[in-house]
Design a protein around this ligand. Structure first.
Ligand code: AP5
Ligand code: ZN
Length: 210
């Protein structure tokens, strides 16, 4: 199974991708997580990407395409995968086509801008394992502590209001054209992203099984 999650920042791509990855027993490949992990390790890639990420801008195509190519050549990606946050530009989508990857379904998670701002504004992230919580919608069992690994939760630097605005701009200018790109390829599935995570998951799963 080869799937991809498309949608604005904060639509719930990561939340849904994690569940779908478990259900289909395939790896979740998140470029955002990979870049943040490079950053924690202090690699050149991580340092270079950090400037763009904190400002809410996209990291240059060639950088992201390179890390995805490497990741897809790992053995666990042979049986399929779910791409989360890649491709994000037409250039990245074309590069994926050139790698010979045929996506079976692209889930386009649709939510209002108002809801995106609510979700990102309250998000709490685990800097250690990448788990995501929300102050209001998905509070951790113990305040400020990751349920999965016990680390202290943080707010992502790009979840500040100015950075959220930039990310939405980048989405509209560079990522939204992928909706038509994949509709033309006949693989796009629109999923209503409003409601609880379980409700959205139910819709996503039903749409894939169809
Ligand atoms: P990335 O990490 O991909 O960020 P994003 O696309 O902005 O997506 P998010 O992780 O913010 O949101 P999400 O849709 O996954 O939502 P989530 O499930 O967390 O990228 C970050 C940066 O890296 C980019 O800005 C760019 O600089 C760079 N980058 C990454 N990939 C790149 C690429 N391909 N090319 C170039 N640059 C790239 O949910 C959000 C919150 O809402 C959480 O708190 C969650 O608990 C809550 N929530 C989720 N679902 C629901 C629900 N149904 N109801 C209520 N709350 C919910
Ligand atoms: Zn954790």
């Amino acid at each position: 199974t080869k799937l991809m999650m498309l949608g604005p920042p904060g639509a719930g791509k990561g939340t849904q991708a994690q569940q779908l990855a478990e259900k289909f027993d395939i790896p979740q490949i998140s470029t955002g997580d990979m870049l943040r992990s490079a950053r924690r390790k202090g690699t050149e890639l991580g340092k270079e990407a950090a400037k763009f990420m904190d400002a809410g801008e996209l990291v240059p195509d060639e950088v992201v395409i390179r890390i995805v190519k490497e990741r897809l050549s790992e053995p666990d990606a042979e049986g399929g995968f779910i791409l989360d946050g890649f491709p994000r530009t037409v250039g990245q989508a074309e590069a994926l086509d050139e790698m010979g990857v045929e996506l079976e379904a692209v889930l386009n998670i649709e939510v209002s801008e108002e809801e995106v701002v609510r979700r990102l504004g309250g998000r709490l992230s685990c800097p250690n394992c990448g788990a995501t919580f929300h102050e209001e919608f998905k509070p951790p069992t113990e305040e400020g502590v990751c349920d999965e690994c016990g680390s202290d939760l943080v707010k992502r630097p790009d979840d500040r209001p100015e950075a959220i605005r930039e990310r939405l701009k980048a989405y509209h200018a560079k990522t939204a054209p992928l909706v038509d790109y994949y509709r033309d390829q006949g693989v796009l599935i629109d999923v209503d992203g409003e409601g609880t995570p379980d409700e959205v998951y139910g819709r996503a799963e039903a749409a894939i099984s169809d």
